[in-house]
Design a binder for this molecule. Sequence first.
Ligand SMILES: Nc1nc2c(ncn2[C@@H]2O[C@H](COP(=O)(O)OP(=O)(O)OP(=O)(O)O)[C@@H](O)[C@H]2O)c(=O)[nH]1
Length: 518
Amino acid sequence: MKDAMTSLSQVSLLQQKLHSAKIALAELNDQKAQSQSSLLQFIGHLSLACKGQSIELDNKLAKLRHNLINVEHIDEVLPDLLEVEQLLKQQYHHVMGQLEDGRASLAKVIRQLQRVDSVPDKLKKEIAYYKQDLGKPFHTYWDYFPKVERLVGFFEAIMHEQLSQGDKLEVLPKHRQLAHELAQMISEIEFRKDQRDQVLVIKDYLAAEIDVDGLIDAYQTILSLLLENIALEKSASQEFLYALNDALSAVREVVNDSYNSNQRSYQLKKQLNREINSRVDNVGDAIIDIDDIDHLKLQVTEQLASIRTALGRKEALEQREQAMLRKSMETMRDELNELSKEANAYKERLFEQQKLNLLDTLTQLPNRAALEERMEQEFRNYQRHRHPLWVAVADIDHFKSINDNFGHSTGDKTLQVIAMALKNSLRESEFVARYGGEEFVLLIPDVSANDIEQLLNRVREKVKNIPFKFKNQRITVTVSIGAAQILENEQISETFERADAALYKAKHESRDRVIIDA
Ligand SMILES: Nc1nc2c(ncn2[C@@H]2O[C@H](COP(=O)(O)OP(=O)(O)OP(=O)(O)O)[C@@H](O)[C@H]2O)c(=O)[nH]1
């Protein structure tokens, strides 16, 4: 019984020990599970922190995470852990190298920034501090990023500075004036056909909102087009001069040749003349000295034969001379023909150019230069015959609003149509020119003071009745006209001024009217 009791207590002790051992094992398992899960959590964070730095590292960490979940014992992932540790070490060195490179690049950029002169002093100082700071090595990307941010800040500040300097190139009234003058100049110059499109684009640009750079470009382009034309004109003149020079040299050669051969012929002729004279003398002597008639006959016959031979040689010489002279004349004539052809072509080119120089490009009416010429001519006629002569100035009303509302090229077309209407409303002996902008000048001779107002009103009505249609809108365009008749002892420029003053009045008296300076 006692034995049984002892065995029972031993069993109970063993049971207790077993229970304690079970609890200890359970605790151990818990601990293992906990540390496995902490390790898993740690690896998870590490994966996130390292993500994207190296594919190999990413893959290894993913594998490790996967294994950690599935292994019985943590020891089983030790080789994976070791590999990850190796890769992390490598990655560390790689990152440190990258950070060092980054630091060197920032230092290079900052040195370039220090060379920008326009950087304000305050910013220059900040940049110098920043550069000093860059002397210290970076340990993590968190040392690097703020530096990059700061550098971007410097760039922003400098850009801002430069832009505000750029604002100083604002378009001033003097730039607009320059644009206006260039536009005016362009319309007074005749450009070659192949240049006109380019010129029109510039003209449109000048009429719209300009900027200083664009204005400079426009001047540059126009200058180069003009230089091109001058070079072409120069080479055309040069060609003509070369042709002239060639022709003159050829003529000089011919003259020299014929002079030399003339000299030679002259000597030969002199010799032949001497010979003939001496033969004639010989005949004379023979007649005096020889008594025997047969002998005399013989002598005379011989001398006459010699004279005939000499005369034959002389004739041949003269024929050669004639032939040479003919040839020289023909050569000279050909050269002169060529030269006169060249001269005519050159004259024609000059004439064409002159004609073009006197035409307004846009409206094809005579331009201001042509007007001045014609005014002088009409003035001379007036002084000679004292017939009436009128100067009228016509200006389109509110033309600016056509440009503003419908665009500059519609404005241009309007000018062309009105120019044609003005031209067609005048007689052959009358004259109209585009004076500039939307202003035209008419010269009207031989019309009495009673008729002028009616004539000009007809012109005004003709313009008013043009059926303009812009953007499907029917528009009436009118002109105001001021006119004055030349007075005795007056210069025509004074008449023009009076006509202009009359136009000014017409503009102020509601426009679309004719005012004659009384
Ligand atoms: N489209 C075009 N416009 C031109 C040309 N030459 C001058 N202009 C424009 O003509 C306009 C003239 O305007 P203003 O002088 O104010 O005269 P307006 O608008 O006709 O007004 P009033 O003369 O007072 O009736 C300006 O806008 C010029 O730019 C040109 O060749 N083509």
